[in-house]
Design a binder for this molecule. Structure first.
Ligand code: MN
Length: 211
C-alpha cells in the first residue's frame, strides 16, 4: 500500500508562460514526489498502512511527529495547489464567490493585491491562503508544511506555494512577480468557487493503493 503522485490536472505546458513545463517537471515530478516517497518509506515503521492522507496528518499532529507532519502536509498542500491552477483566462469568479470577493475586498484586483502582499511579506517557506471564515473571505499564510487543518473554523479556498522551489526556475528570486502573475492569470476560479460548498479536506486527500 502506498500513496501515489497524482497527475497534474492540466498539461504541464498549459500554463506557459506564467509557469513553464520545466518548472512542473521539477515542482511536481521531483519536489512533490519526494514528499510522497518520504511518507511511503515510513508506512510500516510508523504504522500508517490503510490510512488516508488526512488521517496521517492528524495522527502526526497527535503524536507530535514533526517530520511526518511536514511531509504529509506538503503532499496535501501540493495536491490542493495544482487544483487551484488553470490555463490563463479559462475561468473567472462568479456567483457567490464574486459576491463574497466584492463584500470582503471591494473587487478581484484588490483581493489579488492583498494575496500578493501576503505572499511577498511571508518570511521563509510556506503557503499563502484565501480562506472563508464565517461570512468573510480572509487572506493569511502558514509556515513550512503546515496545512489549513490547523486553521480551526476556517475553510481553505485557494493557496499559493511560497517555497523557493515554486518560483526559482521561472522567476529566480522574484517571489512578488511570481505571485502577481500566478494569482492574476492562472487561478482556477471554478475550483475556488466549488470549495465554498465542498468538503475541502476530502480534496487533496489520498487513499493508499496497492502498489
Ligand atoms: Mn512546492
Amino acid at each position: 500500500m502506498a500513496f501515489a503522485l497524482p497527475p497534474l490536472p492540466f498539461d504541464k505546458a498549459a500554463l506557459e508562460p506564467v509557469l513553464s513545463a520545466e518548472s512542473f517537471d521539477y515542482h511536481h515530478g521531483k519536489h512533490h514526489k519526494a514528499y510522497i516517497d518520504k511518507v511511503n518509506g515510513w508506512i510500516e515503521e510508523k504504522g500508517l498502512a490503510g490510512k488516508s492522507l488526512v488521517e496521517v496528518i492528524r495522527l502526526a499532529r497527535d503524536r507530535g511527529d514533526e517530520p511526518l507532519l511536514d511531509n504529509a502536509g506538503q503532499i496535501w498542500n501540493h495536491d490542493f495547489f495544482w487544483q487551484c491552477l488553470a490555463p490563463e483566462g479559462s475561468t473567472r469568479p462568479s456567483g457567490k464567490l464574486a459576491r463574497l470577493i466584492g463584500a470582503s475586498f471591494g473587487d478581484q484586483s484588490t483581493l489579488i493585491e492583498k494575496l500578493t502582499a501576503e505572499a511577498a511579506g511571508h518570511f521563509g517557506s510556506g503557503w499563502a491562503w484565501l480562506v472563508l471564515a464565517g461570512d468573510a473571505l480572509l487572506v493569511t499564510s502558514l509556515h513550512d508544511g503546515d496545512t489549513p487543518l490547523d486553521l480551526e473554523g476556517a475553510k481553505p479556498l485557494l493557496t499559493l506555494d511560497l517555497w523557493e522551489h515554486a518560483y526559482y526556475i521561472d522567476y529566480r528570486n522574484a517571489r512578488p512577480e511570481f505571485a502577481e502573475a500566478v494569482l492574476g492569470k492562472v487561478i482556477n476560479w471554478d475550483f475556488v468557487s466549488r470549495n465554498l460548498e465542498d468538503d475541502v479536506f476530502a480534496k487533496g486527500d489520498q487513499i493508499q493503493r496497492a502498489a
